[in-house]
Design a protein around this ligand. Structure first.
Ligand code: DLL
Length: 428
């Protein structure tokens, strides 16, 4: 059922592994990363103070600014000749975050991605069409080696070239597709334009990640392509895709592979831990990374954790799917909301396609929000009624309405064929 026995291990066994690995990681980082040694000194701690994960809060937190300050490799804990691979994650501003892997790190990464794929319902012998970008982005190569590790066949097509994706998928009878959720929809549209019925394409599973996906968006993908949509989560600073993944059996949260990554959830403002089940910012500590050990990394991603048993038999903690980031809270004239809240409301309305954008600008020193949404191709109802429905629903559920609501025809919102979709354009 699971790819590795540890996925269903007793909690006490998992805890022992975590304790042992945390102690090793602390020693390793203290010995080899001046940045961490200085932080430890400032806090007045040494590796002897860390006996296990119960001491995790004594450790310093690491932020994306630390990656930038230590650019390119100041956080690396091994010599250059031990680094087998480099990846990078480009932020919206400034230098990218550079991450490195030893051979053992790459092995762990393949393992956790293979676990993720198996949890998604992919079996050895299946064919996975990997439409994540290859290159510095961790999505392409990360998924690639996981598919091979599982014993499945990978089609390393990468991102873009959507017509070719559809043709190859049909000719090679791909069982699964890995891509961003927005790309899955784009592929469905392209297939339709090419004269295919997207529901008749051979894929039965889509492993989507790298972007937030609300339940409404997932339903749309599943319906349009007649697939099971499974969520994969990860970030370059920790390893890449494969930090956690939904199981297809229960699809009730993402199992976090906590023998390699220790999770905490904290209040994004104070950094203090929140109760199990409560939402906050995910903070991750690597437990086995050699090239780039990271303590208490502030991911910025909002989620909650549950240690309750899962129907699938895996014992590893589950995190809620990530639909918001602590830093994408929008504040418009004092009203706070996340783009995902707007998405949830709007996509639930008949006649609205899963494509939208939020434009924020300043007019006469005031914030102005414009919401642009696309009508479904088959929509033939009354446009002003649709307009009213959207406004009323937003007002009822979120207690605010945009200053301007624009309905555009199908295809009116630009699609993202390569990379991550951008839905908020803040020009303030
Ligand atoms: O996006 C790694 C990845 C590749 C994950 C392919 C899944 C599939 P980065 O480019 O470093 O790495 O971006 C990491 O993307 O902190 C989240 O904000 C967001 N993210 C990743 N997966 C999900 C997901 C890759 N399943 C950042 N749901 C993370 C929501 C996600 N957000």
């Amino acid at each position: 059922m699971a790819f590795q026995p540890v996925e269903t291990a007793d909690r006490s066994e998992i805890r022992e592994l975590q304790n042992e690995r945390l102690r090793e990681t602390v020693e390793h980082a203290y010995e080899n990363v001046p940045f961490y040694r200085e932080r430890f000194d400032e806090l007045g701690i040494t590796p002897d103070d860390i006996n296990g994960v119960e001491d995790i809060e004594k450790l310093p937190m690491t932020t994306k600014e630390d990656f930038r300050d230590e650019y390119p490799d100041g956080l690396f804990a091994v010599d250059e000749d031990e680094v087998t691979r480099i990846h990078a994650s480009s932020g919206t501003t400034g230098k990218p975050k550079i991450v490195g892997y030893t051979e053992d790190d790459l092995d762990v990464w393949s393992d956790v991605v293979a676990r993720s794929l198996k949890a998604s319902g992919v079996e050895p012998g299946d064919t996975v069409q990997n439409a994540y970008g290859y290159g510095l982005f961790t999505g392409g190569l990360g998924l690639h080696y996981g598919v091979e590790k599982l014993g499945a066949t990978v089609i390393p097509i990468g991102s873009g070239g959507t017509q070719r994706q559809v043709e190859l998928m049909t000719d090679l009878e791909s069982d699964a597709l890995s891509c961003t959720p927005s790309y899955a929809l784009y592929l469905a549209e392209t297939a339709e334009e090419m004269g295919y019925d997207p529901r008749e394409l051979p894929i039965s599973t889509i492993i989507f990640g790298a972007e937030p996906c609300t339940d409404a968006m997932r339903e749309e993908i599943e319906e349009r392509l007649d697939v099971n949509g499974v969520d994969i989560y990860g970030l370059s600073e920790i390893i890449g895709p494969g930090v956690s993944n939904e199981c297809h059996e229960a699809q009730d949260g993402l199992h976090l592979w906590e023998d390699h990554f220790y999770p905490e959830v904290v209040d994004p403002d104070t950094g203090e831990p929140v109760e199990e089940g409560e939402e906050g910012e995910l903070v991750l500590t690597t437990l086995s990374k050699e090239a780039l050990p990271v303590f208490r990394y502030r991911t910025g991603d909002l989620t909650s954790l549950t240690y309750e048993e899962c129907d699938c038999g895996r014992t590893m903690v589950r995190m809620d799917n990530v639909t918001g980031r602590a830093d994408n809270l929008l504040i418009v004239r004092g009203i706070n909301f996340y783009p995902s809240e707007v998405e949830d409301v709007v996509l639930d309305i008949d006649g609205v396609a899963p494509h939208y954008r939020i434009d924020l600008r300043e007019e006469n020193n005031l914030d102005v929000m414009e919401l642009i949404i696309e009508k479904k191709q088959e929509f033939d109802g009354d446009e002003s009624e649709l307009y009213d429905t959207v406004m009323t629903r937003l007002s009822n559920v979120l207690s605010f309405t945009p200053d301007k609501l624009t309905l555009v025809d199908s295809g009116g919102i630009e699609r993202t064929e390569v990379g991550k979709v951008q839905r908020v354009f803040d020009q303030r």
